[in-house]
Design a protein. Structure first.
Lengths: 500, 195
């Protein structure tokens, strides 16, 4: 087993260290840092834009680059959070609290350094976690039948619903709406084009990129413009990058705890970077001396920043072992694999080991590149923050439009994206969180297919989802999760947690 | 009965509307049975659940402890009048417009946009309009002119429009688009009209 691991990692590094893959990895993490630093454009829009381009790359190069964008964005996001008090990335929201406070005390340098060191440590650990846990999980997954897949997807959707901000009922409704939108297009079994209103463009279904770009990208630009520009750029000269020994000693425990928590929460369906950072900060506030939190406590930077990077990386586990995305970025990774003709699932690891292990090895290399990019080159990223939003958003719009158009060279797709942009704006106004909708949209056709197969195999006996052991456990977990959230005490803390 | 939470009121209506809509359309397809589910089975069940949840959110709007005004979206009367006038004119001038290609399509689309724009902020109207125009202009006008249209129209949606900056930004992005998208990534866009 241990020999296998070393052997496999050897294959992985062999693939990842080819100059071509190193170059794509570098390109990915630079781009990731860039969009992480810039508020208003995130990994979803960026990866969506690059999807059509990846068609011309080899599968492994494409995946290495796209993965680099995701975890690179976690590094970049912390820079903006610390210096400007605006999360460059949603997973850095919590870093603003203590990071910005440290910057105001003239300690921006150590805050940035600790964030990068914590992220690097977490990235290394998470890489090992994936290497250790993905193979056994994939073996379990090979035993999965349609009933198990269906129950697993239910668990994933419940997870996404529970983690959404605000009202639980609205989050469930958004999930259902997402599932329904995912069903638009030709039904595989009967060949009937459902909900296409006679439009040939809709008979293939709506592209995931179109929905994600509209609901996340365009809607965010519109709301940003509506609220007006209120960025208090705090770009003091960043001097004295090196943290003191005391800083390192204070934050080492927080980095360890953040990494452990993030690695665990990233694996959960519906989890990932965002949830991990919140949980790590909450945990840190319950341990030791808490008097300095919110006033520039270095642990308040170290823990969430380690956690979000760990979570970002371990969220690849459900994708690589089960073929099920746990968040929108992972859904795009599925899209990238499909473009290359690879069906995501447990068989990837055995049939294409170079793909799986190459990607894991590239994550470690990418993290090393990120530390180098983020510490000495911090000045460049800081300069970027002085670009005003009024110049940024037309550029973002252009990239999004070109990305959508190039999917199938169809003006109709661009118009459809605008429609989803409108819908996304309405969601923001009505306080309906779009993340569950996106997950539902991706899982809709998969769920229907597995439900049909499971029911056909069991001759219409719906109890099969509970009587099969793995499926039963998964559904049980989903129900418990839902019940816990509905319990009055948890409900209150959840509301408080999301307000912070 | 007073509506206490305007956001829940509209969200409830929206969800119920979507749920019922999907259910209604599903009636056109075969339902099948639990063993052999037809194309209507899953969407009907989901649509029903969504409609029920929508109704629950709707009801909650009347008992909510989180007050929020009913007016969630802004409304501009001039845009609405413009939309109705343009739509009406297009309808009446039907026979005249037949001779010009795309004219009817473009005018109807613009009227629709004015109608939607009447309910939101200026930024929403202009951002979405610029995007759609880019999509439909890219092929006939080429990448250069479509980019110019996109940048200039969307820039009007911002708070301060500075002529000089927009000119420079447009030039930079056009160059970027030509060099990176067309030359670098090899995307099949024509640069100028009629190429």
């Amino acid at each position: 087993m241990e020999f296998d691991l070393i052997h496999n990692l050897g294959i992985g590094f062999g693939v990842a260290l080819s100059w071509q893959n190193l170059m794509y990895c570098f390109f990915g993490v630079v781009l990731g840092t860039l969009i992480g630093v810039l508020p208003g454009i995130g990994p979803v829009a960026t990866i969506a834009m690059l999807l059509p381009v990846t068609f011309n790359l080899s599968p492994i190069s494409a995946l290495i680059m796209l993965a680099g964008i995701y975890y690179g964005a976690q590094y970049g996001g912390s820079t903006t959070a610390i210096l400007v008090n605006i999360p460059g990335e949603s997973s850095s929201v919590i870093t603003c609290l203590d990071g910005y406070a440290m910057a105001r005390q003239g300690r921006a340098g150590p805050a940035l350094a600790i964030a990068a060191i914590g992220s690097f440590f977490a990235g290394c650990v998470a890489t090992v976690v994936i290497a250790l846990f993905a193979p056994p999980l994939a073996e379990v997954a090979l035993k999965f039948g349609p009933a198990e897949y269906f129950s697993l997807m239910i668990l994933g959707l419940v997870g996404a619903t529970v983690l959404a901000h605000g009202s639980l009922v609205k989050a469930i409704a958004m999930t259902l709406l997402g599932l329904l939108l995912g069903l638009i297009g030709t039904d595989v079994n009967s060949g009937i084009a459902r909900f296409s209103f006679g439009l040939p463009e809709l008979s293939d279904g709506i592209g995931f990129v179109i929905v994600a770009m509209g609901v996340f990208g365009f809607a965010e630009i519109i709301t940003n413009l509506e609220q007006g520009e209120s960025r208090d750029v705090f770009v003091n000269k960043v001097t004295g990058l090196m943290p003191t020994w005391k800083d390192l000693k204070d934050s080492s425990g927080a980095i360890l705890r953040g990494t452990a928590l993030g690695s665990m929460l990233g694996i959960l369906p519906g989890g990932g970077a965002l949830l991990s950072s919140f949980a790590a900060y909450t945990l840190e506030k319950k341990i030791g001396d808490t008097s300095m939190f919110g006033k520039g406590e270095i642990r308040g930077v170290a823990a969430p920043e380690s956690a979000n990077n760990a979570g970002a990386q371990t969220s690849f586990i459900p994708l690589l072992t089960l073929g099920i995305p746990s968040n929108p970025v992972m859904a795009l990774m599925i899209g990238a694999m499909m473009i290359q003709g690879i069906a995501p699932g447990p068989q990837v690891m055995t049939e294409r080991p170079e793909l799986f292990w190459g990607m894991i090895a590239s994550m470690w290399i990418g993290n090393l590149m990120l530390v180098i990019l983020n510490l000495p080159l911090i000045g460049i990223w800081v300069k970027l923050l002085t670009v005003p939003y009024r110049l940024l958003y037309p550029s973002i719009l252009l990239f999004c439009c070109v990305g959508v158009y190039s999917l199938s060279n169809a003006p109709f797709d661009v118009m459809l994206t605008a429609v989803f942009g409108l819908l996304g704006y309405i969601f923001v106004k009505l306080e309906c969180e779009p993340a569950p909708l996106i997950l539902g949209f991706i899982l809709g056709p998969l769920m229907e297919e597995n439900l049909r197969r499971a029911m056909l195999l069991s001759r219409g006996d719906a109890t099969v989802f509970f009587t099969k052991p793995i499926s039963g456990v998964l559904l049980g977990m989903a129900i418990v999760l839902l019940l816990i959230t509905l319990a009055p005490t948890v409900r209150k803390t959840r509301e408080v947690a999301f307000q912070e | 009965m007073n509506i206490k939470n305007g956001k829940d009121f509209w969200a409830g209506l929206m969800f119920a509307g979507f749920g019922l809509g999907f259910m209604l359309v599903s009636f056109n397809y075969p339902m099948g049975s639990a063993v052999r589910m037809g194309p209507a089975y899953f969407p009907t069940v989901l649509g029903g659940m969504l409609a029920i949840l929508g109704a629950a959110v709707f009801v909650r709007a009347f008992v909510s402890k989180l007050p929020h005004p009913l007016k969630v979206f802004s409304f501009r009367l001039p845009l609405m009048i413009g939309a109705l006038a343009l739509g009406g004119a297009t309808y009446l001038a039907d026979s005249w417009l037949k001779g010009v290609p795309m004219a009817e399509f473009a005018l109807t689309g613009l009227a629709l946009f004015l109608f939607i724009g009447a309910f939101g902020p200026k930024s929403m109207f202009l951002v979405l309009l610029s995007v759609v125009i880019f999509g439909y202009a890219l092929k006939p006008l080429g990448l250069v002119l479509a980019t110019v249209l996109l940048i200039v129209i969307s820039a009007f949606g911002g708070h301060d429009f500075r002529n000089k900056e927009i000119v420079i930004l447009t030039i930079v992005l056009v160059l970027f688009g030509v060099l990176v998208f067309v030359k670098g990534l090899g995307l099949p866009f024509n640069l100028w009209p009629g190429e």
